[in-house]
Design a protein around this ligand. Structure first.
Ligand SMILES: Cc1cc2nc3c(=O)[nH]c(=O)nc-3n(C[C@H](O)[C@H](O)[C@H](O)COP(=O)(O)OP(=O)(O)OC[C@H]3O[C@@H](n4cnc5c(N)ncnc54)[C@H](O)[C@@H]3O)c2cc1C
Length: 350
């Protein structure tokens, strides 16, 4: 039997970030991931936006999470020699007079987070002159590059196994857990499965309120705005000449199949925003792992060595590092899990 301290099931934003945090603390680990091409993390735009939503509210604990995320991703960039964390301004364009009025009313709460768009948006690109505000302390994570670079780093240390873990693979033992099919034994196993947790009998009681999202990849000849635009939908640079435009929200279809409705909604919205022609070159869909209360869930199932790290919702890039650090400290015996993420459901404990 190969013995490690922690087995992590799932190498999305949650599992990968937890692995880095454990490694930093010197805990032995093994990630087991089934290497799906389409997952929530691989589809995500990776935006970290301080002020969000129709009602223009400050993102939950953004001031606390953002510096941790920035330092975390920069450290992994240094470790892997790859770039995937991009500080990037986001310009919110008002859609209605009401939105503009809401902003005026709450502007004092946004001190240090907003400014006039500088330089102003170039009106040549837009149907109507764009009015709004710029969030200079925003960022975008190139999530697939982060995940791929991390996978290579863990593979090089013999800490990554490509496999599908079935729920009946797991056995409890006095000293922890084992996955006999893979010859593995550990003190803890942490499930970081995203929405796939709903298929796992151990974790399927978690009250998911998941939302499928669809995103387009578009080519926009000559368009040269490097900031992210947010109009309710967002337009974000991807690579030279390519942008991503998204995302839809659907609360009734939990597949990763792309739909005509999704494409049409996005195509119409982008057509309303931009004067210039664009070409759709790709469409992707995945399910955001949102759990009731819209907060992450971290902790252990009924006091067992079986842990869960899930519920990153629509903000995985921003929140994964902060909570990975917290969970790793707990697993290393040097920290605790806060009640807001570990104490909301009877089956989960800190
Ligand atoms: C359209 C869309 C746009 C988004 N945009 C943003 C954004 O701009 N900013 C942002 O912060 N967030 C965004 N998100 C949300 C973000 O993607 C999620 O919060 C995040 O991806 C959740 O990561 P996770 O690791 O919990 O889950 P996942 O990404 O689903 O990862 C789970 C991993 O576990 C593996 N797995 C599952 N079951 C097993 C098993 N039995 N055995 C082995 N492996 C298994 C899967 O293959 C996968 O690799 C977006 C999501 C979507 C869908």
């Amino acid at each position: 039997m190969h013995q490690v301290s922690v087995i992590i099931v799932g190498a999305g934003l949650a599992g990968t970030s937890l692995a880095w945090s454990l490694r930093k603390r010197g805990l032995s680990l093994l990630i087991v991931d089934r290497a799906e091409a389409v997952t929530s993390s691989r589809v995500a735009a990776g935006l970290m936006t301080p002020i969000t939503g129709k009602r223009l509210t400050k993102s939950w604990r953004h001031d606390e999470f953002f510096p941790v995320a920035a330092a975390f991703y920069r450290a992994v960039e240094a470790e892997t020699g790859q770039r995937f964390f991009f500080p990037r301004s986001i310009v919110r364009i008002f859609q209605t007079a009401k939105e503009s009025a809401t902003f005026e009313k709450h502007q004092s709460e946004f001190a240090g987070l907003v400014r006039e768009p500088s330089p102003p948006l170039d009106p040549r690109w837009f149907h109507t002159p764009p009015h709004g505000f710029e969030m200079p302390t925003a960022a975008q994570l190139d999530v697939p590059t982060y995940l791929d670079a991390s996978r290579t780093a863990f593979q090089n240390q013999g800490q990554f196994l490509e496999a599908d873990v079935a729920s009946d693979d797991l056995q409890l033992s006095p000293a922890g857990v084992s996955l006999p099919r893979f010859g593995l034994h550990a003190k803890h196993i942490i499930y970081c499965q995203g929405f796939a947790a709903t298929q796992n009998p151990l974790t399927c009681e978690l009250p998911f309120r998941a939302a499928k999202g669809e995103i387009l990849t578009v080519r926009i000849p000559d368009y040269d705005e490097v900031r992210v635009l947010n109009t309710g939908h967002w337009l974000a640079p991807q690579s030279p000449g390519l942008w991503r435009f998204g995302a839809t929200y659907s609360w009734h279809d939990f597949t990763d199949a792309t739909t005509v409705e999704g494409r049409t909604e996005l195509e119409v919205a982008l057509g309303k925003l931009l004067v210039c022609p664009f070409e759709i070159v790709g469409q992707q869909a995945a399910v955001r792992p949102i759990i009731a209360g819209q907060r992450p869930v971290l902790g252990f199932l009924n006091g067992s060595p079986i842990g869960v790290f899930n519920g990153l919702g629509s903000k995985g890039s921003l929140m994964a590092p902060f909570f990975a650090e917290q969970f790793a400290a707990r697993l290393a015996g040097t920290g605790t899990l806060e009640p807001e993420v570990s104490g909301r459901f009877p089956c989960i404990s800190a």
